[in-house]
Design a protein around this ligand. Structure first.
Ligand code: PRX
Length: 644
């Protein structure tokens, strides 16, 4: 039996949703989804109100539509509608990489900045439906750029600033972006990131881009291409401060976000306008129990879906004050997170288990010396949180007073699907607990047979929710194949889970060839194709292995071409090669030289065996008799790199 943390009396007293309300609403949401969502769909402002709530099929052609005869504008919902009541309220608190730099941006100011950029973008020829790639650091202009796209009806595609020029180019080419918005350089942990130089490199192979807008962040020397590149500051200074938001269909794409799958290139997940905004804002309000006046901080980067839904769209649609942080948890000191909490009086704090684990290693003193008395609620996202890290977060950071919402969701889901609600759910460390309104999780075995009661299996979702992705950009067939064919008629998450006797869900991790490194999602196939692109590599197989801080580390088995000798130097060269091809987040942690890989007689690599060896669990390799050459396994075991 695991520990149970009851709902604290203080939380229960003030919470928006109590236990009884959760049960009543949840019940209704699954018995009468049309009625439930028809009501909650009104939480956003519609230009033309919807009369149709839902049109979904998970079979045959697979289509998902919500509120589909309504029209609205997301930026108007995040800005204009708040002006009368909250024009002078802070929308964004920006905390720079350097602790001496911070800023408060009111709703009125943010509105004006977004209007100016919207006009400047229109001037540059951007029209509804055009794709705009955003490659920016965590500065307010990132939110301004997102909202300006939404305002003019352009579809943004944010590429995380840690991705390489090649990775950026692939993402620009896939959606034919006509504009890139970037900065001269980024700043993280005191180090500069050459964003504009990366864009220049990427654009050598991207013909669709006509305009590049460059924000001046560091003032570092960069090259501006005449006729293509323009300074952000100059464009917005001369643009008009008013702009009429474009009326968009509920199902018009709002953004694309590339994420890793188990095979092939990253997939362009498509989220649309109405359902996404309803779902992002509703989950933000209830999961974080957001009350007017609360200071809310999500430490994610806008390059990931968490930054989209829970730094920008959800909070701003709710008229919240959202904190945006440019830096990293251990700069200039490992107390930084807690110093920022005290400086800005943060009430709600949302981060990833990998950050908690790395700070936990530094001991309690860097936390204890800060006050944190304003904190009321803590959140976790991105990967399973081990009970040890959960308990440390709860006891040391939250001083036993703050509930932790362990929120399970995915780029594809648009918003949180399984999570406690602070005033409604007793907590169990390591469990994401119960489904949000309208979400029907379903456990199946390998054959797709539904498993009932307390059980362990593959996690599917039975029906649609408004924030769900609608397709993959330019590849509806891959969308169907990836999510709806493994278990026909169900959305397959790619995650394994356990459901306990109380109906609580415990996510056990990916069951496909996707790994989760420090909360960053990575396809093993992507790292493999980067490795085999190196002239000395004949073959490579990549798997995840347990890593104390990162959750999972990247373990690569590499076979060199004939005549090449393994060396420490080559190992370093390969690590740098992958960093250059994809980005630092894809760096292999361990590389094992492998004269051969375990393959079946038909040539299929047996990853199960590679995973076991990487986990240092080589005593239980199972049946190896179907291998073409069982001898290769002995060599791999003998020379394994992970011996903990
Ligand atoms: O394996 C699950 C894990 O992260 C995957 C989704 O990654 P991504 O699309 O990058 O989105 C991350 C932020 C939403 C999931 O398939 N994951 C996410 N949150 C949790 C989690 N695993 C366990 N517990 C969580 N709270």
């Amino acid at each position: 039996m695991s520990e149970v943390y009851p709902i604290p009396a203080e939380t229960a007293k003030n919470a928006l949703i109590d236990e009884k309300t959760y049960k009543e609403w949840y019940d209704r949401s699954v018995k009468d989804p049309e009625g439930f969502w028809g009501e909650h769909g009104k939480r956003v402002d519609w230009i033309k109100p919807f009369t149709k709530v839902k049109d979904v099929s998970y079979n045959d052609d697979v289509h998902i539509k919500w509120f589909y005869d309504g029209t609205l504008n997301v930026a108007a919902n995040c800005l204009d509608r708040h002006l009368a009541k909250r024009g002078d309220q802070t929308a964004i608190i920006w905390e720079g990489d350097d602790p001496s730099e911070s800023a408060h941006i009111t709703y009125r100011d943010l509105h004006e900045r977004v209007c100016r950029l919207s006009n400047a973008m229109t001037e540059k020829g951007i029209k509804p439906g055009d794709r705009v790639t955003i490659y920016l650091p965590m500065i307010p202009e990132a939110a301004v750029a997102m909202l300006a796209c939404a305002r003019v009806g352009a579809i943004h595609s944010i590429v995380f600033g840690g991705f390489s020029p090649d990775a950026l180019a692939g993402r620009i080419q896939d959606c034919d972006s006509s504009m890139v918005i970037t900065a001269d350089e980024g700043l993280r942990g005191g180090r500069k990131v050459p964003l504009k130089a990366n864009v220049d490199k990427a654009l050598e192979t991207c013909w669709s881009v006509k305009n590049v807008i460059v924000v001046k962040r560091t003032g570092g020397a960069i090259h501006m291409v005449a006729g293509r590149d323009a300074w952000y500051e100059e464009l917005v200074a001369k643009a008009s401060p008013t702009h009429a938001p474009v009326e968009m269909d509920a199902e018009a794409p709002l953004f694309l976000l590339y994420t890793s799958g188990s095979t092939g290139k990253p997939k362009g997940v498509v989220h649309t306008t109405g359902g996404y905004l309803v779902y992002a804002s509703m989950t933000h309000q209830y999961v974080f129990d957001y009350h007017d006046g609360d200071i809310y901080w999500c430490t994610a980067d806008v390059g990931w879906v968490t930054g989209h839904s829970y730094i920008v769209y959800g909070p701003l649609a709710n008229g919240a004050t959202t904190l945006m942080f440019e830096g990293i948890p251990n700069y200039p000191t490992v107390s930084r997170f807690w110093d920022v909490v005290d400086k800005h009086k943060v009430n709600i704090f949302y981060t990833a288990p990998t950050a908690i684990r790395s700070l936990m290693r530094e001991g309690e003193e860097p936390v204890a010396k800060t006050s944190r008395k304003t904190l009321r609620l803590l959140g976790s996202v991105g990967e399973p949180i081990n009970p040890e890290a959960w308990n440390w977060y709860h006891r040391v950071v939250g001083e036993g007073r703050c509930p932790i919402v362990d929120t399970w969701w995915q780029t594809e889901t648009g918003g949180i699907l399984i999570s406690p609600l602070p005033g409604a759910t007793a907590l169990k460390p390591g469990s994401a607990t119960l489904p949000f309104f309208g979400v029907v999780p379903l456990m199946v075995d390998a054959e797709g047979k539904e498993l009932l009661g307390a059980t362990e299996g593959n996690l599917c979702i039975a029906d649609a929710w408004p924030g769900q992705m609608r397709t993959l950009w330019g590849d509806h067939e891959r969308f169907k194949q990836s999510y709806f064919t493994t278990y026909p008629g169900r959305y397959f998450t790619g995650d394994g889970a356990r459901r306990d006797e109380d109906g609580y869900y415990w996510i056990t991790g990916r069951v496909d060839d996707v790994i989760n490194v420090s909360g960053h999602r990575m396809g093993t196939a992507e790292v493999e194709s980067a490795l085999v692109a190196h002239p000395k590599v004949a073959e490579a197989a990549v798997v995840g292995y347990p890593h104390e801080i990162k959750g999972q580390g990247i373990y690569a088995y590499v076979t060199l071409i004939q005549g090449e000798e393994p060396s420490e130097e080559l190992r370093k060269e390969l690590v740098n090669w992958v960093r250059k091809e994809i980005g630092p987040i894809a760096s292999p942690d361990l590389i094992q030289w492998s004269p051969g890989l375990p393959k079946t007689r038909s040539g299929k690599i047996m990853r199960r065996i590679l995973r076991k060896i990487a986990e240092n669990d080589y005593g239980a390799l199972g049946d190896t008799s179907t291998l073409a050459d069982p001898g290769v396994v002995d060599d791999l075991v003998e020379n394994r790199m992970n011996r903990v």
